[in-house]
Design a protein around this ligand. Structure first.
Ligand code: AOS
Ligand code: ZN
Ligand code: ZN
Ligand code: ZN
Length: 419
């Protein structure tokens, strides 16, 4: 079934909804252009069923290699026109032929967002173990192995045309006394400095922080303060990466985002949602208002710094779960991000600033909630439609029986690599 054909049946209802929302703002065209430019990167590891340590219940038809991962993202992008980027993970996605992979991605309109290194697992044949950490390790040879791996990841990224590296370290300790905190920090900093030296001029490195898991007493890049310390000491190419699930409960993430932006040190995001910890659930499924408040800070802060919304930060999803079709889930996540971005663009900034100046707390809240409670679905759908996408990506995915086709092609028992 063609996308246009599926759109046909939805067009009249869409037009009614779009006319309504277009009449509510004089920013319609500007917002549509911003939405069209905004692309969210799909992590290669979210295309298969993630599972938990208790089990995995694969949906079948999962991508078996990098080529098939790119094809899956190509399909998502064809439908929503907003997922034209992929974030790779090494060693799970080592390209056997980088030129071919580049060409395939280009065919699907996909670029390579941040590369991810992996020093949280031991790989088959690996000389030394990361059981007690990688860059923080008391053993210099193990630290060097982790540095070499990250430099290797940069090389793969260069071949593919990526321009950033995300370093997430599971380093930390599980029990008091296990680690000398200062020494662990110093070792990690020295390792990051070596990796930083290997970055090409146009590259960035994102230092991702996480409060806990897999270590449950301390984490060596445990919060945004620690990440910012590393990024500051490393230099202008180093930034902090915010994964929404990596905070202690009730952290004010939007405030963290505002301050990192202010300092010019916000690198990008791993979007997901959570109720308890690093749950990696579908974006916007648990705390949509928190996501809106984050986007509100992003729009305000990026505009204040004259930044390009689409290009100046890394917009990535980091999700993993057990009970949904991974592709349907990613369509939901991208949709949630686009809707929230559109709502943040609708915030009446002048009115908000005036309310703040007058300590008019009620009006300030009203301004934000006016935008948050606006149904912007038709705006996002219109942006997709104009770009040649589907009015209802999820509806198309089901109507065209995409998963059944993938299972037919790839089989029911597929093992995708990833977390
Ligand atoms: C781990 O909790 C972090 O969120 C990582 O960003 C990510 O899940 C990992 O790098 C995937 O390999
Ligand atoms: Zn992450
Ligand atoms: Zn995480
Ligand atoms: Zn995660």
């Amino acid at each position: 079934m063609e996308i246009a054909q599926h759109n046909e049946s939805l067009l009249a209802a869409h037009q009614r909804a779009f006319n309504y929302i277009a009449g509510e703002t004089d920013q319609t065209e500007a917002i549509l252009n911003k939405l069209a430019a905004f692309q969210v990167a799909i992590p290669s590891w979210a295309l298969g069923t993630g599972g938990t340590r208790f089990g995995r219940f694969p949906a079948g038809g999962e991508p078996r290699n990098l080529e098939e991962k790119i094809e899956d993202i190509g399909l998502l992008h064809k439908l929503n026109q907003s997922s034209g980027a992929i974030s790779l993970h090494i060693p799970w996605d080592i390209p056997s032929n980088p030129a071919n992979i580049r060409a395939l991605a280009a065919e699907h309109g996909i670029r390579f967002d941040a590369m991810n290194s992996n020093t949280f697992q031991d790989q088959p044949g690996q000389a030394l173990s990361y059981k007690f950490g990688s860059l923080q390790h008391v053993n210099k040879a193990i630290r060097q192995q982790a540095i070499d791996h990250n430099i290797e990841v940069i090389k793969h990224g260069i071949e593919l045309g990526s321009d950033s590296l995300t370093v997430w370290l599971s380093d930390g300790s599980c029990f008091p006394g296990q680690l000398n905190f200062r020494q662990a920090f110093q070792h990690t900093l020295e390792g990051l400095q070596e990796i930083y030296k290997a970055l090409p001029d146009n590259w960035k490195v994102f230092v991702e922080y996480k409060a806990f898991e897999p270590n449950f007493y301390s984490t060596t890049v445990g919060d945004w303060g620690q990440s910012l310390l590393y990024a500051g000491k490393l230099g202008p190419k180093a930034y902090t990466l915010v994964d929404l699930g990596h905070h202690l409960p009730n952290a004010n993430i939007e405030q963290i985002v505002a301050l990192l932006l202010m300092e010019g040190k916000l690198g990008g995001f791993h979007f997901n949602d959570s109720k308890y910890g690093d749950d990696d659930l579908t974006v916007g499924s648990i705390k949509p208002y928190q996501l809106f408040l984050i986007f509100n800070e992003l729009v305000e802060g990026m505009d204040a710094r004259g930044m390009n919304h689409a290009k100046d930060l890394g917009w990535m999803i980091d999700a993993s779960h057990n009970v949904k079709d991974p592709l349907e889930d990613l369509l939901q996540s991208v949709e949630a991000i686009m809707l929230t971005y559109a709502q943040a663009l609708l915030v009446d900034r002048k009115k908000l600033a005036a309310a703040q100046l007058n300590n008019d707390v009620v009006t300030a809240q009203e301004v934000l909630q006016q935008a948050f409670r606006t149904d912007v679905r038709a705006l996002v759908a219109e942006a997709r439609l104009r770009a040649g996408g589907s009015l209802n990506p999820l509806g198309y995915f089901r109507a065209a029986k995409v998963r059944a086709q993938l299972i037919k092609k790839r089989g029911l028992k597929t093992v995708a690599t990833g977390l």
